[in-house]
Design a protein around this ligand. Sequence first.
Ligand code: NAP
Length: 321
Amino acid sequence: MNQQHEDQQTGGEPRERESHKGKLHDIAFLGTGIMGAPMAMNLLRAGHRVACYNRTRAKTEPVVAAGGRAFDTPAEAARQAAIIITMVTDSPDVEAVIFGPEGALQTAREGALWIDMSTIAPAQARSMAERAAAHKIRALDAPVTGGEIGAQSGALSIMVGGEASDLEEALPVLEAMGQTITHCGGHGAGQSVKLCNQICGAMNLLGVCEALALGYKMGIAPETIIAVVGAGAGNSWAMQVLAPKIAAGDFNPGFMIDTQLKDCRLIAEAAEQAGVPTLGATVAHQLWRAAQAQGMGHEGIQSLYKVIARMSDMGEGPQAP
Ligand code: NAP
């Protein structure tokens, strides 16, 4: 089954959804970081009730200001929930907030649906779904793409692995956060598609960085490259969203290099297991590793440009074009 939901409304302002379009749920939202907070706020805007948890409590504040309730542990947040959403960093973090001593499974209601929207290893998604089933909790893996801007505008593309009937139940919830919702296959399939997405995203951004650096050295303004290439075959999300940030010297994180390096590791592991060479992704991986070594781990992935700029002898400083 390939189920895709499209909506006419695109980017910009957060979407207001009519509550009658879907059943309203009690939702536990675990992990209100860069992506999780705006996603939880879109659930509130759609009329769902949200109980949230974040390890650093202060990051729940925007969700509470939007009408959510914050709890000290995942277990407390999950007590009333029909649907539990996780949006944390990596597999061990999902493990901690779901299966840990204060994890959601300590209190989760039998038959609750758990949707993991973090990016983790496909094999981990499969094994955690099996373990959740032993606790009578159904699981979907539903990683996302579209960045912080997509999380804010409710325009994410969501890749779902698991039972079609569980996705059907989750649709009103996923529709509050995403514009394109695709059933990719069984447990772990959403994560597999996400890793393919990350290869494309890495390649596109590397291309943007090299193009801007070469253009700069040849005396071409970044605005010219963005306007011309962005209207042609060289266009990409990286060109539209990240190139203007590079041009403006904005290296703040919508997606941190530290988190990107986790995805690079997941791609390398999956490619090794599958016996597929991923040469381009490996180059981007090493350049982000260099950026991290130079102290840029908490900057946005667009700081890849700074590594290219340093390799291109553009001098010191922020090195925006
Ligand atoms: P983030 O801002 O670092 O958010 C991750 C959140 O998870 C943080 O609030 C963190 O809590 C919490 N967390 C991490 N480990 C935890 C643990 N062991 N126990 C409890 N809480 C824990 O990162 P993000 O950018 O929102 O990314 C979240 C996920 O979405 C990642 O899997 C990422 O790969 C994926 N993703 C990100 C983007 C993007 O553009 N940012 C796009 C698509 C997918 P603290 O506040 O205490 O650190």
